[in-house]
Design a protein around this ligand. Sequence first.
Ligand code: MN
Length: 246
Amino acid sequence: MDLLTAAIQDLVAANHILEQQRVVDTFGHISVRHPTKPNRFLLSRARAPDLVESGDILEFALNGDPIDASGPKPYLERFIHAALYAARPDVNSIVHSHSRTVIPFSISEVKLRPVAHICATIGEEVPVWDSHDNFGDTGMLIANLDTGRDFARLFGRASSVLMRGHGSTVVGDSIKEAVFTAIHLEVNAELQLKALQLGAVKYLTRGEVEQVAARFRAGKSGEGFDRAWEYWCRQAGAMRNTPLRG
Ligand code: MN
């Protein structure tokens, strides 16, 4: 199988996994950098993730323009992906979602921070981007490159960022890492909310976050992100998309 076909298969599986794991619903999207043309990325046409098939995947330039201008309607918020791929050569996959437990942390004073080791890849403290800061009253979506670049500036070197009153965006070195972190951003929000009801919360230290995240990222085939991916593929009925063995 060629690299592009494999990337499209994984991207379709990722769409179904994120639905099955309740990170996305009608809205939300995941992209991957083109495996052989790094100045392009792959993203579905505007469609609910659970319905995405390989024929829905479109190619985009890093300004957000679809390569085929006569193709089907793209997602309005593709500029999230465009601006982050342009700003972050280390990023190869991006998840944008409105997963529900995360949103309270985007509108309150409490920062979303890792409370469990499995959630370390979300980063030590998740920043919040507020569209109102630089753009005032808007539709609150990243619907053009200007807003996307502003978002990418605040994003910096982070692995996940919340968007005030809207949702979150997560990046990874691979589809498997981005899916893993997006799922655990939601898991961490659930755990942190529960812990806050009990009183003072002890968060992971910076050193713990660094060590745990490094161990996940150093995982070999069948370990870490790979092991989780294989499990979630089965859960989502996407087993055909896992790598062939032997
Ligand atoms: Mn959105």
